[in-house]
Ligand binder design. Structure first.
Ligand code: PBG
Ligand code: ZN
Length: 326
């Protein structure tokens, strides 16, 4: 039975001030983490065509971008490296002189009060583009684990605040936790990409870091898109192994997964609005088909409303700047 006209939902929507007052979700730049791509060298700024406004950057070019993000209150940066050369093992991943450790040291030295996240995976570093070492044409789970542990330790030694394994090998959180602990990094946080789906939305990223697998795909280790209960198994397993935060990725097409994980655990839930989500909004906006800034904020609001405590987004700096003016 309708209580109209006693009840009128429109009353709380009458002015911007009232709408702001009753908003159930608020975006804050401190909850955003900006992904960045680091390459060796100096003065390198290679624009990524499918990701307007983003580029592969050498450390000297990266620093101003990090400082700009920090100046508008962005909570962190997530670093991905592209090595000078790739090999079968992905040995560039644990090179202490590689672009990621170098960038971590430079940011820690020059930018105050911002968290530095290091993505841990081998696919940017292997000649075949797979996330681990191969046995024949199979990604060898257990043989990959020590390499991930070693990579995490190198990033920890460089000064990273959060280690974020994205490879989806079973047992990686335990392997990384024990490698970190034996290297005296007992207090260093791990954010696991727990529910990372085998997604077509990663396309622009793979162009950006040249990590498309030379053959096959990642479906034997990344999650199958139809599954949500399985995500809770992955999350529980990672927490058992010592993960401090858990991630759902991609974000927009997986809001139900974010919400289920939020309901199941009390650690921070991180959502990754991936390259394809970013590029689709940018492409439509460039064509004049949508209002880019509005869709950007609405997409981030949806991800936050679903239950994400932290959002990894290529929009981090732009969204932070707009939020400053609201
Ligand atoms: C590497 C990795 C990927 C992304 C983050 N880490 C790609 C993949 O698994 O192929 C995707 C990020 C994005 O699309 O923005 N394991
Ligand atoms: Zn990978």
């Amino acid at each position: 039975m309708s209580r109209f006209p006693i009840v009128r939902s429109r009353r709380l929507r009458q002015s911007p001030a009232l709408r702001r007052l009753v908003a159930e979700t608020r975006l804050h730049p401190a909850s955003f983490v900006l992904p960045l791509f680091v390459v060796p060298g100096r003065g390198v700024h290679n624009p990524i065509h499918s990701m307007p406004g983003h580029a592969q950057l050498s450390v000297d070019e990266l620093l101003p971008v990090v400082k700009e993000a920090s100046s508008v209150g962005v909570g962190g940066v997530m670093l991905f490296g592209i090595p000078g050369s790739k090999d079968e093992q992905g040995s560039g991943a644990w090179d202490p002189a590689g672009p990621v450790p170098e960038a971590i040291r430079a940011i820690k030295d020059q930018v105050d009060d911002m968290t530095v996240w290091a993505d841990v995976c081998l696919c940017e570093y292997t000649s075949h583009g797979h996330c681990g070492v191969l046995s024949g044409e199979i990604v060898d789970n257990d043989a990959t684990l020590p390499l991930l542990g070693q990579t995490a330790t190198v990033y920890a030694d460089a000064g990273a605040d959060v280690i974020a394994p994205s490879d989806m090998m079973d047992g990686r959180v335990a392997a990384i936790r024990s490698a970190l602990d034996s290297a005296n990094h007992r207090e260093l946080a791990v954010c696991s990409y727990s529910a990372k789906y085998a997604s077509a939305y990663y396309g622009p990223f793979r162009d950006a870091v040249d990590s498309a697998p030379a053959f096959g795909d990642r479906r034997t280790h990344q999650m199958d898109p139809p599954n949500v209960r399985q995500a809770l198994i992955e999350v529980a397993q990672d927490l058992e192994e010592g993960a401090d935060m858990v991630m759902v990725k991609p974000a927009g097409p997986y809001l139900d997964v974010i919400s289920a994980v939020r309901a199941a655990v009390d650690v921070p839930v991180v959502a990754y609005q991936v390259s394809g989500e970013f590029s689709m909004i940018e492409a439509a906006a460039a064509n004049g088909w949508i209002d880019g800034d509005s869709v950007m904020l609405e997409s981030l609001t949806g991800i936050t409303r679903a239950g994400a405590s932290i959002v990894l987004t290529y929009f981090a700096t732009r969204a932070a700047r707009i939020l400053e003016t609201l």
